[in-house]
Write a protein that binds this ligand. Structure first.
Ligand SMILES: [Zn+2]
Length: 292
């Protein structure tokens, strides 16, 4: 099944964003060689960030979500634009901790909750980015994003994120829901959503055998659902030789001279896709000339 992010209007007063992201989470797993708990932590962060960015009207607006919980996985970060292109990394992808007592992967244990979730929204070149930061609730990511919406944007929302990892460590299902009532939504609609919380909590499980459309029809049966738009999320890293050249030049001429003298080359690995770039002596010499 193809990855998708669909946005619906429920009963004319609630925006529901629904995502299925199995393929992109699997791609992230392969690129970063993550252990299952980290596959879930990174996958939830990528999915949540792609969903947040999908609400943007400007395709170039960049959303970056960073979780610093002080857990063994270290920093988890994802960046997405309005086109659905998303990339991310997890500082330590090899966290191996026991599952929780309910059998679920212990994402909160890996991420930790002693810190903050930071959301940065960059509207474009030359414009001040908007940065919001709230304390982590659990490190489980969905609850943390919900708290961010409530405290930083004063917009109460239900956020649900799910990544199911198979015994062979591949991703069987991944996706998420963000349910945002518009200001002034009726009591009737709000209690309807509340009555469907059980189904909402099973969305990840449903995604194993049903399309997003079918899940939505089941979760909100009896409600009036109107599809507003659809975007296709993809794992996309935009790193390039030029980008790393600029990075090396910014180190300054002394640093570059040291690289030439000591190693005769430089190796840089992109933290978003693990692609390796090697700069030989002649290449470094050219960058040194530019830095001077
Ligand atoms: Zn890259």
């Amino acid at each position: 099944m193809k990855d998708t992010i669909k946005r619906y209007l429920l009963n004319n007063e609630v925006i529901v964003t629904a995502a299925s992201t199995k393929n992109l989470v699997n791609e992230a797993r392969v690129l970063h060689n993550t252990y299952p708990t980290c596959t879930a932590a990174l996958g939830r962060t990528l999915t949540g960030t792609a969903m947040m960015a999908s609400t943007s009207r400007d395709m170039d607006t960049l959303f970056t979500v960073t979780l610093n919980g002080g857990g063994p996985a270290g920093t988890v970060l994802a960046t997405a634009n309005g086109r659905g292109e998303v990339k991310g990394y997890i500082e330590n992808p090899y966290v191996n901790i026991p599952a929780r007592s309910d059998g679920k992967l212990d994402v909160g244990g890996a991420v930790g909750k002693d810190g903050y979730i930071t959301v940065m929204r960059e509207l474009g070149k030359g414009m001040e980015p908007y940065v919001g930061r709230t304390p982590l609730v659990s490190g489980e990511i969905a609850e943390d994003i919900a708290m961010y919406y409530l405290q930083s944007e004063q917009h109460p929302s239900i956020v649900y994120l799910s990544v199911w990892v198979d015994i062979d460590t591949t991703v069987i299902a991944a996706g998420g829901l963000i349910i945002s009532p518009m200001p002034g939504a009726s009591e009737e609609t709000l209690s309807f959503i509340e009555s469907q919380l059980f189904h909402i909590g099973n969305y990840g499980l449903m995604l194993m055998s049903m399309s997003v459309e079918e899940c939505m029809q089941k979760i909100f049966a009896g409600g009036n659902l109107e599809l507003l738009e659809e975007r296709t999320p993809t794992y996309h890293c935009d790193c390039s030789v030029q980008r790393f050249e600029r990075g090396i030049i910014s180190l300054g001429s002394k640093e570059i001279q040291d690289m030439i003298d000591e190693d005769g080359q430089a190796e840089v690995v992109c933290r978003f896709c693990n692609k390796k770039y090697v700069f030989d002596k002649y290449h470094l010499q050219r960058l040194l000339d530019e830095a001077k």
